[in-house]
Design a protein around this ligand. Structure first.
Ligand code: ADP
Ligand code: MG
Length: 281
């Protein structure tokens, strides 16, 4: 398979143990997960179940104790060096003394992209995230939601095929959060990037994702993979009976109950890709 045909992410038999002074913590055990190109997958589970650890391993910010990760058919390290992914965390992590535009240009600047190209790309992204009137503002002048938009734009600066997001909307109020979710669905559609999205929120995971990976703690494992088949997301999606049904399914899985038969559990990447192509997801 050429790199372009490989899944966005392949996690094979990944375990991670952290050594502490006296004992050790098994943060992840035997994780297998394949994420298709352009697929939106959420990781959900109680605090401490290893969501951030898994995301950091995919991002090559941490090494697994066992197993391997491939991104676009390459090692996680090679993918990092090739800037195949962008990353956004709960804290926007912007530089307060730089303008919105200069914050978005930063990764391009660090990689030696010339000034005119940087500027053009930043302005395109500023429009994509709906901040056209704020290019020259500085982060302290912006609301939390606007700061997260800047962080997302920065993560997209190098046109990554994969976006890794760790509770990016966790600090936002509910209304802003829903607006940001709508935006992210649109941005995901426009960029075609695969997204791995960590969240505590069941409705958020269901609204955004094609599949919700439900994790259980100590040791962190994948308990269930719930396929979500809701069609194109709109504000009406949030009030649809199917939406509530999917929420119930994820909640049951989080409580360790078997997911009822009607749920599309563990849709394979190939099936998901087919359904996407047919406009079903
Ligand atoms: P989550 O993001 O799901 O809340 P984490 O991935 O942050 O969970 O953590 C999973 C487990 O690994 C937790 O028990 C946490 O205390 C432990 N852990 C995470 N990072 C470290 C570290 N650098 N050193 C030691 N233990 C860690
Ligand atoms: Mg975490």
């Amino acid at each position: 398979m050429s790199e372009l045909q490989r899944p966005a992410v392949e996690v094979r038999g990944v375990s991670k143990t952290f050594a502490l002074r006296r004992d050790s913590v098994v943060a992840l055990q035997d994780i297998d997960l394949t994420i298709g190109r352009g697929e939106f997958v959420s990781l959900i589970g109680p605090s401490g179940c290893g969501k951030s650890t898994l995301l950091r391993i995919i991002a090559d910010l941490l090494q697994p104790s066992a197993g391997e990760v491939q991104v676009n058919g390459k090692t996680a390290r090679k993918a990092r060096l090739d800037q195949d992914y962008g990353i956004a965390f709960q804290q926007a992590g912007l530089l307060d003394w730089r303008t919105v535009q200069a914050n978005i240009e930063l990764p391009l600047e660090l990689h030696g992209v010339d000034r005119a190209k940087r500027r053009a790309r930043a302005l395109e992204l500023i429009e994509l995230v709906g901040l056209s009137d704020f290019a020259k503002h500085r982060p302290p002048q912006l609301s939390g939601g606007m700061q997260q938009r800047v962080a997302i734009a920065r993560a997209l600066a190098e046109s990554p095929t994969l976006l890794l997001m760790d509770e990016p909307f966790g600090a936002l109020d509910e209304m802003t959060r829903e607006r940001m979710q709508n935006e992210l669905v649109r941005i995901g559609g426009e960029t075609g990037a695969a997204v791995v999205f960590v969240t505590h929120s069941i409705p958020e995971a269901v609204f955004l994702s094609e599949r919700v990976v439900v994790m259980s703690p100590r040791p962190g494992r994948i308990a269930e993979v719930v396929g979500v088949n809701l069609g194109p997301r709109t504000d009406d999606t949030r009030e649809a009976p199917h939406f509530y049904a999917a929420i119930t399914q994820v909640r049951e899985a989080l409580r360790g109950r078997p997911v009822p038969e009607t749920v599309e559990v563990g849709v394979t990447v190939d099936q998901a890709a087919q359904q996407r192509a047919q406009g079903a997801l």
